[in-house]
Design a protein around this ligand. Sequence first.
Ligand SMILES: NC(=O)c1ccc[n+]([C@@H]2O[C@H](COP(=O)([O-])OP(=O)(O)OC[C@H]3O[C@@H](n4cnc5c(N)ncnc54)[C@H](O)[C@@H]3O)[C@@H](O)[C@H]2O)c1
Length: 355
Amino acid sequence: MDIEKLQRFNSAYVGDYPFLQDLGSEWAQSRPLAGLRILHNIPLTRETMLKLEPLYLGGADVTVTHLELPGLEPKEDCVDLLRDAGATVELDHRRINGTFDIALDCCAQVPAMENVNIERGYVELTQSGTPIYSELETDLPVYSLDLSKLKCLEGMFGTGEACVRAIKQFVTPDLDGRKIVLFGYGKVGRGIARYLARENVRLTVVDINATYLDQAAAAGHKTLKSARCQELLETINDAFAVIFATGHPGLLQSLYAPSEIADNVQLINMGADDEFGDDYPANRIVADKAPLNFLLDSPTTMFFIDPIFAAHNRCCQNILSDDAHGFTALPAELDLPFVDAWSRRYGIDVSDIYY
Ligand SMILES: NC(=O)c1ccc[n+]([C@@H]2O[C@H](COP(=O)([O-])OP(=O)(O)OC[C@H]3O[C@@H](n4cnc5c(N)ncnc54)[C@H](O)[C@@H]3O)[C@@H](O)[C@H]2O)c1
């Protein structure tokens, strides 16, 4: 692997990413991952290239793949650059086989790879993979980054901002006064609500959690419980768009058949699963069911996602040095200290993440 090719590519990146840069400088010196076989499965984007650099500098032997989700394609220039630099890249999960030390995973897709054996541990990046890893029968350490305040920072700021940017770019530039229904008022949903409110959208929040619905109402949004009923159907059919951010596969199908939803309602996914279900064909959903922000050149602005990417990588060292066994949250030293450092650096008040 010609790391210099990757570094030249990354040097053209416009944006701030101090957490990954610090990690790269540190690991280039200490080489803590020398010879470590890492299977890297997250969406392959321009930002992911910045995340890969410290792994190579740390000495890891990385196999790069791409998250498999309907409608979600890897960025071609990134695939080309990695192949040209001699990196091991295999985009087809069925063709990945062999033994790896660590899986840096997203949506718990690595345990489903039949010909892959992981020997040292797993690190899961997002909510959708967390329930699967929590039930994985293994003594190996399994870190879920979703169980952290740092992940709230990504969801409530980065993903929310990216969602609204993507809607304006791909759906409509004019959101003023539009009615939107939002399923899910967790980390990602709150971020979306925060940024939609700035566009003067008339928002209805739908969730199963009564406390979260009270919090949405206190923030000035209409609210409805997530259950099949006429009021929810009418609200959906009266809306310009419905956005899904629950992490619940097949949610819409479990509530309403495609024939019940008016054709002019834009259906948008922001979750990392197919939240509509197989009854809804991909072409009925904006972006063919892909999380909409992944159509953007930058699916999440780097400075929001930089600390969580750095933490995902850093967990490799925890796996190597720790005697942790089984499923656990992001290690504490990578959570609040990272949140505080980020907040201080950019002067952004993040108190809303402590809900
Ligand atoms: N697009 C992106 O860039 C991006 C980034 C981070 C996470 N994600 C994905 O977004 C999804 C949501 O992640 P999160 O971190 O906000 O999760 P979360 O657990 O913080 O929030 C999920 C919310 O959905 C609600 N919910 C669950 N079942 C529901 C149902 N049947 N009806 C209505 N509401 C329901 C929960 O009560 C909760 O409020 C996941 O799939 C996650 O992997 C996407």
